[in-house]
Ligand binder design. Sequence first.
Ligand code: ZN
Length: 362
Amino acid sequence: MYERTPRVGSKLTITRHSLACILPPDLLIELARSAEPDQRDALLSTLSIDQGLRLARAEIAARTLTRPITLQPTPTAGTPNRRIYDQAHSSDQTPGTLVRSEGEPPSTDQSVNQAYDNFGYTYALYWDVFHRDSIDGQGMPLEGFVHFGTDYDNAFWDDAGHMFFGDGDGTTLTDTTKGIDVVGHELTHGVTQHEANLMYSGQSGALNESCSDVFGSLVKQYHLGQTAQQADWLIGADIVGPLLAPALRSMKAPGTANHYDHQPATMDGYVQTTTDNGGVHTNSGIPNHAFYLVATAIGGNAWEAAGQIWYDTLVDPRLRPNATFSSFASLTLRSARSRYGATSTQANAVKSAWDAVKVRVR
Ligand SMILES: [Zn+2]
């Protein structure tokens, strides 16, 4: 089963069903090429598991999610519903042992507690700031599967309410449960799936990735109480091993996060490629940088005006699954104008940011 994706440039592309993971396959391949034997085994095993998951997902017909007309707050709105399972190094996707449920005291296993806490911080951003009750807006339980695989160098969201966490091989990645922004990133793939459902290919795929980085970074900034000026704007700083240090990506300076970071900051560097669903983890640097520019131009806390503008856009029914950078950018400007005023500082910051990254706003 293949998913039909929108036109990218002039040719229609058909891609396999995607896997929303924090490390893209082309980066894992690039790392494996230059790795020491031990570490290469971990990288190849990660690639092999990821490929198996992609094929398994491809066999499940893509579900067409429709947006709820109105989000009904549930009786438990304002409180997450978390369950953490220990996969005990199995790469099976069925739940392992349930080790911590909502409200239970901490486990002796740090990975369990980190996953639980980071789910809580992600829920808090969405509830406190945007009044959204979990991923689907209707209190969806958050289930975390820790110690997935052996030395597994990835973390991913499976579209069914489950996040899988690898322990990493220690060189490429370390325990992925530690990444507050990584958890925010993955859970935001769920939010996007329930809202615009941006197709995971080409520009709409890069926007899907970028929204995950934007809200992942906001989860971290909100938890740490950092202003846009104080934030490091890095993604994955808490989960990278020495090979990828200091981080996976930088929204402030795309392309500089580590030796293997090839992200462009403007359309001048837009990458045309057939790998990674058309470079979704690469070209996301462009809208990422636009968000950074908006947040720092407005100043103060990024989750307030800049985050609200991006959230309004993500849930706007006019944002189509095959959105381009330009159509997304135009909607952010509309969102800014309708919430803050046509000539507001916020609207001007949005227009200037997209101009700076050379995305046309209509
Ligand atoms: Zn992602």
